[in-house]
Design a protein around this ligand. Structure first.
Ligand code: ADP
Length: 427
C-alpha cells in the first residue's frame, strides 16, 4: 500500500511529467503542421509560375486558352490575360461564378511583381470562403512580351487536407499524451517506491517507539509525583529542585511522544476519528476559560467572540486539542499586555475558528513552513517557550482529519491570525 504523502508526490510528479510531455507534443505537432504546410505552399507557388510559362507557350503556338472549360466552370483554375501595360484584356477566364467575381474585386491584392505568387483569402456575399493561390508571369513570343498572364488555383482542397492532417495529428497526440500520463504514473511509482518503503519503516518505528515509551514515561511521572507528594521525604532543596525539573521534563517528553504518535498515525490515515455531535460553543468557552488563567499570568487579555448554537460533527478530543494548540501559540508568541481574540462563527455550512494575536507575526517565507514537523521560526525562542515545533503540524492533521482547511494571515497592524474552516457536517 502507498504511503499518503508519497501517493501525493507520485500524483504531482505524474502531473509534471504530463504537463511537460503535453507541451512537447503540442510544440512538435505545431512545428510539423507548419513545416508541412509551408513546404506544400512553396511547392504549389513554384508549380503555378511554371504552369503559367507552359500555358503562355501554348498560347503563342496555337492560342490555346490557359484554362480548360471544365476547370473554369468548377472554379479549380481561373486565368486572366492582359497586355504588357495591363490596359487591354486579351482573355478573361475568370468565369461567371462568385469566385471569379470575388477575385476581380480583389484585384489590388493580386501579385504585382513578375514570377511571384500570393495567397488570396476572400469571402463571398453569403459568407462562402474562397482561397486561391494567384501567380503572374510574362507571356513571351520570341523576344517580345505579349502580355501578363495571371492564373488562380483553388486551394480549398489543400486547406481541407491540412485540417484533416491536423486533426489526425492531434488525435495521435492525444493518444500519446494519455499513454505518457500512464507511463509517467508508472515511472513515478517505480522511482518513489523504495523511498516510500523506507519512510513507512521509519514511520512505523516512530509510532512503535513512541507507543513503547508511553508506559515507562507514565511510571516515571507517577514516581516523580509520588516523590513530590510524599510528606515524609526528607529531600534537600537541591533534590526538590531536581524533582521539579524531572517532572516538567517528563511532562514535555510525554507531550512529545503523544504528538509524534498522533502524527505518525495521521500520515497513514490511522488517526481514529470519534465522530459525534460536538457543542463547539461550549467547548470554545471552556477552553477559553482554561486559557484565560494562563493568559492572566502573562498579562494578556483573552477576548471571546463565540456564536451560540455552534454544533458540528467531529472528534471532540481532537477539536479541543486544536483550539488549545492555537491559543497556546498565540500566548507563547505575544508580548505582555496585548490582546488575543478567539472567534467562532458559522459561515454557511462551515464553522470558522479564528485566533488573532498582536504578537511577533510570521514572515511570508515562514508561513509556508510552520506546518512542517519540528519547524520553529526562532529556535532558541520557541524552545525557551516550551515549543517543539509539532503543534501546528498536529493542528493541520486534525483539520485535515475533519476535511477542513487552515491558513495563516497577518493581523493588522501586527500579529498573526490563524484561520480554520471546518465543515459542520461529517466529511
Ligand atoms: P511550537 O511548539 O514551537 O510552537 P508550532 O508547530 O506550534 O510549534 O509552531 C511552529 C512555529 O510557528 C513556532 O515555533 C513559531 O515560531 C511559529 N508560530 C506559531 N504560531 C505563532 C503565532 N501565533 N505567532 C508567531 N509565531 C507563531
Amino acid at each position: 500500500m502507498w504511503n499518503k504523502p508519497f501517493e501525493k508526490l507520485r500524483r504531482r510528479m505524474t502531473c509534471l511529467y504530463a504537463a511537460i510531455f503535453g507541451a512537447l507534443i503540442l510544440v512538435i505537432v505545431a512545428a510539423a503542421y507548419t513545416f508541412i504546410w509551408w513546404e506544400i505552399l512553396a511547392h504549389e507557388k513554384e508549380n503555378l509560375v511554371a504552369q503559367i510559362y507552359h500555358e503562355g507557350e501554348e498560347w503563342v503556338e496555337s492560342e490555346e486558352p490557359p484554362c480548360s472549360e471544365a476547370a473554369m466552370r468548377s472554379g479549380k483554375m481561373l486565368a486572366y490575360f492582359v497586355d504588357a501595360d495591363g490596359t487591354k484584356v486579351i482573355l478573361n477566364q475568370l468565369g461567371q461564378g462568385e469566385a471569379g467575381q470575388e477575385i476581380m474585386q480583389h484585384k489590388a491584392d493580386w501579385p504585382k511583381e513578375m514570377n511571384t505568387s500570393r495567397l488570396l483569402r476572400m469571402q463571398g456575399a453569403n459568407g462562402v470562403r474562397y482561397r486561391y493561390l494567384a501567380a503572374v508571369a510574362p507571356v513571351i513570343d520570341g523576344d517580345k512580351q505579349l502580355g501578363r498572364l495571371y492564373m488562380f488555383k483553388n486551394m480549398e482542397f489543400y486547406y481541407y487536407a491540412a485540417y484533416k492532417t491536423l486533426f489526425l495529428l492531434l488525435c495521435i497526440a492525444l493518444v500519446l499524451y494519455f499513454a505518457a500520463c500512464y507511463f509517467g504514473y508508472w515511472l513515478a511509482g517505480r522511482n518513489i517506491r523504495p523511498l516510500s518503503n523506507m519512510y513507512a519503516k521509519q514511520q512505523q518505528f516512530t509510532a512503535d517507539a513512541s507507543h513503547e515509551m508511553r508506559t515507562p514515561l507514565a511510571v516515571m511521572k507517577l514516581a516523580v509525583q509520588g516523590l513530590q507528594e510524599d510528606e515524609d521525604s526528607r529531600l534537600s532543596d537541591f533534590a526538590k529542585e531536581s524533582v521539579a525539573m524531572l517532572q516538567s521534563e517528563s511532562e514535555r517528553l510525554s507531550r512529545l511522544t503523544e504528538n509524534l504518535m498522533t502524527l505518525a498515525r495521521s500520515d497513514e490515515d490511522f488517526l481514529p476519528v470519534y465522530t459525534a455531535q460536538v457543542d463547539m460553543t461550549a467547548m470554545c468557552k471552556k477552553v477559553a476559560a482554561q486559557m484565560t488563567l494562563l493568559a492572566a499570568e502573562k498579562r494578556l487579555q483573552l477576548e471571546q467572540a463565540i456564536q451560540d448554537n455552534l454544533i458540528m460533527l467531529g472528534d471532540e478530543m481532537a477539536l479541543s486539542r486544536l483550539l488549545i494548540i492555537l491559543l497556546d501559540n498565540a500566548m507563547k508568541y505575544s508580548p505582555e499586555q496585548t490582546q488575543i481574540t478567539l472567534r467562532a462563527a458559522k459561515v454557511k455550512t462551515h464553522l470558522v475558528l479564528e485566533v488573532r494575536d498582536e504578537g511577533c507575526g510570521i514572515s511570508d517565507e515562514d508561513k509556508q513552513k510552520i506546518f512542517d514537523r519540528f519547524f520553529r521560526v526562532d529556535k532558541a525562542r520557541s524552545r525557551s517557550q516550551g515549543g517543539l515545533g509539532l503543534g501546528l503540524s498536529l493542528a493541520l492533521a486534525i483539520v485535515r482529519q475533519h476535511g477542513g482547511s487552515i491558513k495563516v494571515l497577518d493581523n493588522k497592524p501586527r500579529g498573526t491570525i490563524i484561520y480554520v474552516k471546518l465543515p459542520m457536517a461529517a466529511k
